[in-house]
Design a binder for this molecule. Structure first.
Ligand code: LFR
Length: 498
C-alpha cells in the first residue's frame, strides 16, 4: 500500500496541537508540526472560546502538515466534550461559544432536578451529573439569550464546527454527542423528550454520525491549498473517546482500567454495555465510545489543580516548570495534608492555592503557609492518587471486574512520580503511555474512515504496535503507609453525589 498521511488536530485545555500522522500499513507515527495556546477568554463576567484565533492556528498547522507530507489523505479535529455553538440558517455563528468553566450554569442542576428527577435523567442519558454538561449550558443560554436559541437552526459541538468550516457539512459525531447529557441511550437518538420537558427547543439538534465517518472533502479556497481530495473525517471527536481508542490494550478488557490524564483525569473502564442501574448512585458516566463500547468512568479534577496553582504562582512572580514542582513535592512530608480534589469550588479558573488552603482549613487539615509550595503540590498529588484509588475500587465493585493493570495515557503519563504512587497505592501494575493517546486515537479513527481499519481489535492492535510504554510495578514496601492514608482519606472524603 502507499503511505497514508493524516492531519490530526487536537485542541487541549492548555494548548492546541496539529500532528502529522504517517501510516505505512504496519505502524502509525505521529509528528507534532504546530503547537499554540488555547486558553479561554474572559469578557464581561463570561468565559469564551477564542474560536477565530483557533481557526487561524488550525489552518497554519494544516498548511505545515501538508508541506511536510507533500499531500494529505484526511483531517480530523477533536477537543473536550460538552461545549457547542449555535448557527443560523446561513451557517453563521450566533454569538460566541462559551467555555464550560463559565459560571453561568451554577445552581442549574438543582433547578433541573426539581422538574425532572435525577434518576429519570440518568435512565435516559447514562451521563454523570456535572454542571458543565451541555444540558445545563443550554438552560443557562436560554435564560440569558432566549432569542438565540429560537433563531438557531443548528447546534454543533466544537469539533463539528471546525469540520463544518473545513467541509461545509453540519453534522455531529456520536462520541461527543453522548457527553452532552442530551443523548438518549435507550433510544439511540437525541433525548428530545427530556429537552422538551425542560422547555428547551430541539429543532436545532443535528444528525449524528458514527466515529470514523468521512464528512466530505475540504471546500473552497482551502481545497486549493490543502488538496482537492482531502477527506474531512469525524474521527472520535471527543478527546477522551480518542484517548481511550488510542490505549494499547485489548478490546473491553476485564482486568484493566485506564486514566486519561490531562487537565481532567478520566478514571474508568471500557465496557461493552452501559451500566445504568448502579451508575446513577455512584455518579459514573456511560459515554459512547468507538465500535459500540462504553466509557464507564468518573471525572476527577486532575492536573487542572496543579495547572491553576502554577498559573497563580506565576502571576505572583514565582515561575516553575512542572518538573520543578514535582521536585519540590518530594521535599514535603507524605500524606501530611489531604483534600477533596473534586470539590466544585475548584471548577472555575481562579486563585487555586487560596481555594485549596481554604478547603484544608474547612476539613481540619493543617493549612500550609501561602509560600509553602512543596506541601501544597504534595497535597494535590496525594489527594489525586487517593481519589483515583477510590474510583478504581468503586468501578471494579460495580462491574465485578478484577483489576490487575491501569493504563495511564495523556500528558499526565509523563509524571513518573504520580505513576509510581498510583502503583504503590493500589497494588496494580501501571502502564504509562502514550502521551499523545488522544492524537493517536484521532488518527486511528481517521484510518477507520479511510477504510484501512475495520474493527476495535484492529484499532487496538495498531495502537499497541505504534506505542512505547513504561511499566511501574507496585512496591509492597509502601503499601501499609498508603493504606493508612487511604483510610484517612475515605473517612474524610467519601465519594459523594454532586
Ligand atoms: C477531557 C474532557 C472530559 C470532559 C471534559 C469537559 O478533556 O473532554 O472527558 O468531561 O473534558 O468536556
Amino acid at each position: 500500500m502507499s503511505e497514508r498521511y493524516l492531519a490530526v488536530v487536537d485542541l487541549g485545555a492548555e494548548s492546541g496541537r496539529v500532528h502529522l500522522a504517517r501510516y505505512d500499513g504496519q505502524r502509525l507515527a505521529l509528528e507534532e508540526v504546530h503547537r499554540f495556546a488555547n486558553g479561554p477568554v474572559a469578557l464581561q463576567r463570561h468565559l469564551y472560546w477564542n474560536v477565530l484565533a483557533l481557526w487561524q492556528e488550525v489552518i497554519s498547522g494544516l498548511r505545515k502538515a501538508r508541506r511536510l507530507a507533500g499531500r494529505l489523505d484526511s483531517i480530523g479535529v477533536d477537543t473536550w466534550g460538552v461545549d457547542y455553538v449555535l448557527l443560523d440558517d446561513q451557517g453563521l455563528l450566533l454569538g460566541l461559544p462559551f467555555h464550560y468553566r463559565d459560571r453561568r450554569t451554577e445552581g442549574l442542576m438543582e433547578e433541573v432536578f426539581a422538574r425532572v428527577p435525577r434518576e429519570e435523567i440518568y435512565a435516559q442519558t447514562g451521563i454523570q451529573f456535572m454542571p458543565i454538561n451541555t444540558l445545563y449550558q443550554l438552560l443557562a443560554h436560554q435564560r440569558e439569550q432566549p432569542h438565540l436559541l429560537e433563531n438557531a437552526t443548528h447546534l454543533l459541538l466544537m469539533p463539528d464546527l471546525f469540520h463544518y468550516w473545513l467541509s461545509g457539512e453540519r453534522l455531529c459525531e456520536y462520541t461527543n454527542a453522548t457527553t452532552t447529557q442530551c443523548w438518549s441511550v435507550p433510544h439511540g437518538s437525541w433525548a428530545r423528550d427530556l429537552l422538551a420537558r425542560l422547555g428547551l427547543p430541539t429543532h436545532f439538534l443535528p444528525q449524528v454520525v458514527a466515529p470514523g465517518t468521512p464528512l466530505g472533502t475540504v471546500q473552497g479556497e482551502l481545497a486549493e491549498e490543502l488538496g482537492e481530495d482531502v477527506q474531512v473525517i469525524a474521527s472520535a471527536t471527543h478527546d477522551t473517546a480518542a484517548a481511550v481508542a488510542g490505549i494499547p490494550m485489548p478490546a473491553n478488557p476485564r482486568d484493566r482500567a485506564y486514566i486519561s490524564s490531562g487537565t481532567w483525569s478520566l478514571v474508568g473502564l471500557e465496557l461493552p454495555q452501559p451500566q445504568i442501574a448502579q451508575g446513577c448512585a455512584s455518579n459514573f458516566t456511560n459515554e459512547g465510545g468507538i465500535f459500540g463500547t462504553v466509557r464507564f468512568l468518573r471525572n476527577v479534577m486532575g492536573l487542572w489543580l496543579l495547572q491553576e496553582c502554577r498559573r497563580s504562582w506565576q502571576e505572583g512572580g514565582r515561575s516553575f516548570t512542572y518538573e520543578q514542582l514535582l521536585t519540590l513535592a518530594e521535599e514535603a512530608p507524605a500524606w501530611a495534608v489531604l483534600f477533596d480534589p473534586d470539590h466544585p469550588l475548584f471548577l472555575p479558573p481562579g486563585d487555586m492555592p487560596a481555594r485549596i488552603r481554604q478547603q484544608l482549613g474547612a476539613h481540619g487539615q493543617p493549612v500550609p503557609a501561602a509560600e509553602d509550595i512543596s506541601t501544597l503540590v504534595r497535597a494535590i498529588l496525594d489527594s489525586l492518587i487517593l481519589r483515583y484509588r477510590q474510583v478504581l475500587e468503586l468501578a471494579a465493585s460495580i462491574t465485578g471486574c478484577a483489576l490487575q493493570t491501569v493504563h495511564i495515557v495523556g500528558g499526565g503519563a509523563q509524571n513518573r512520580w504520580l505513576n509510581q504512587g498510583l502503583a504503590d497505592a493500589t497494588g496494580l501494575t501501571v502502564i504509562a503511555g502514550p502521551i499523545e493517546a488522544t492524537a493517536q486515537g484521532n488518527a486511528l479513527l481517521q484510518l477507520v474512515g479511510l477504510g484501512e481499519l475495520r474493527s476495535l481489535e484492529e484499532v487496538r492492535t495498531l495502537a499497541a504496535r505504534s506505542t512505547i510504554t513504561q511499566t511501574f510495578l507496585p512496591d509492597p514496601g509502601w503499601r501499609a503507609a498508603w493504606d493508612e492514608a487511604y483510610a484517612r482519606f475515605t473517612t474524610l472524603f467519601p465519594l459523594t453525589l454532586p
